[in-house]
Design a protein around this ligand. Sequence first.
Ligand code: ADP
Length: 479
Amino acid sequence: MSDQPELLFIDGEWREANDGRRFEVEDPADGSVLARVADASEVDAADALDAAVAAQAGWARTAPRERGELLRAAYELIVERTDDLAMTMSLEMGKPLAEAAGEVAYGAEFFRWFAEEAVRIHGRFMSAPDGKSRLLTAKRPVGPCLFVTPWNFPLAMGSRKIGPAIAAGCTMVVKPAEQTPLTMLKLAALLDEVGVPQGVVNVVPTSDASGVVGSLMADDRLRKVSFTGSTEVGKILVRQSADHLQRVSMELGGNAPFVVFEDADVDAAVEGAMVAKMRNMGEACTAANRFLVHADVADRFAGALAERMGAMTVGRGQDDGVQVGPLIDADAVESVSQLVTDAVHDGARVVTGGTAPDGPGHFYPPTVLLDVPSGSQINEVEVFGPVAPITTFTSEDEAIAAANATPYGLVAYAWTRDLARTMRLQESLEAGMIGINTGLVSNPAAPFGGVKESGFGREGGFEGIEEYLDTTYVALPPG
Ligand code: ADP
C-alpha cells in the first residue's frame, strides 16, 4: 500500500488523536496487522464537527459548477488510482482484487453522477390556485452531516453519501467502520488533492463508534445523519436523532428473497444467483439471502448452482484466480457456521460446502443447502456469507407470501418469463428494489434504498441529492 494515511483528517490537516491513541487494522486473511490508525475520541469528533460547521456557510455559497467540477476531478483521480485503492480495500476487507476494482469503479461513479447533479438543483415558481399569491421554492443544503459507514464496501458506501453531500453544498464528518478505515483515509487524501476546501470533508476513524457518534449527534449543530449498517444500530441512531430532530437516511439490513418460478430460464437464474449471492462473498445487504424455488425446477437449479459455487477458488483476495476471500472476522465465520448447522439440524441437505476450514484466516466455503424448512433461522436473519439456502414452493401466491414474510424490505429478485407475473410481482413484493431476471440492482443512476426495517432514504439517482437538501418556500404577493 503506497502512502497510506493513518491519521485523522480534520480541517484539512492530518493529525494524531488528542490522546495519542491508535487502533489496529487487520488483514482478515491471516490476522496480521496492516496499519495502526489514529483512534478518534469524542474530543477529536468535536474538532471535526467544529471544522465542518465553520466551513458550512462558505461552502454553501460556492457555485454549483465549482462543486460539480471538484466531484468530476475526484472521479477521474479515483479511476486513475484504481489499482492502489483496490489493493488497500482487498487487504483490509478481504474481497478479491477484481471485485475491489469493481467497487472502485462503482464507487467513483457516484462522484461522476453527482458532478452532473450539482448543477441541476432547482426550485419552482407558480401562481397559487386562487391567483392571490405566488409561490417560490428553493433548495438549500441541509447543513453539516455525519456519515457512518460499514466495512463491506469501504469506498462505495462512503462515496454514495459524500458525492451528493458535496454536490448539495453540505460539509461532513465521516466515521468509517473500524475494520476498514484505510480506504476512506485514502479517499480523504484524494479529495484534498483535487481541491475540496478544508473543513468540508473530515474523517475520524475510531474504535469507539457509539461514543463518537453519540457525542456528535448530541450536538445541535449537526443537521443530518446518513447511516449504512445493521438495522439494530440504525434503530439506535434514529432514536438518538430525535433529540435535535436531525434528518436521517438509513440503509439497513436486508433479507433478500431470490424467487425462481417454474417458467424461468433456469440457466440464466443460476448465473444471476452467482452474482446476487457471491458478490462480496455474500457480505452485502443486497445479497440473495433466501432462495425460493418452484418445486419443479428446484433440483435442477440447486444442482447447477452447487456445481458453480463448489468450483469457486477460495483464498487470499490478493492471490491470482481467487474468487472468494475471507469473511471479515472470526465472529462472521462463527455466525455463518451456526446458521448452517442449525439448518441441517432442521432437515436441510448440504449439496456443497458446509464446513469452515481450520485457520489461519476467516474463511468459509461456498455452500448450497436444499430442502431448508421455511421456519429455519437461516431464512429469518441476514446470512452475510457465501451460503445459499433453498426452500421450495408450488404456487405464485405462496412464493410472494414467503418473499414478504420478513421485517426487511431492501431488495427482491425474481426470475420469470411471464410479463403479467412480472407486473404482479412489481406491485406485491415488499422491497425498495426489485431485480427481474437480473442478480444486480445497484446502479449510481438508480435510487437505492429499502422499505420496512431496511430503512428509508435513497442513495443515487435523482433522489439521492434530495437527502441533502431542504426545501424553502417564499410567499409572494400577486404583483
Ligand atoms: P456490522 O454488523 O455490519 O458491522 P454495524 O451496524 O455494527 O454493522 O456497523 C456499521 C457502522 O456502524 C460501523 O461504522 C460501526 O462502527 C458503526 N456502529 C456500530 N455500533 C454503533 C453505535 N452504537 N453507534 C454508532 N455507530 C455504531
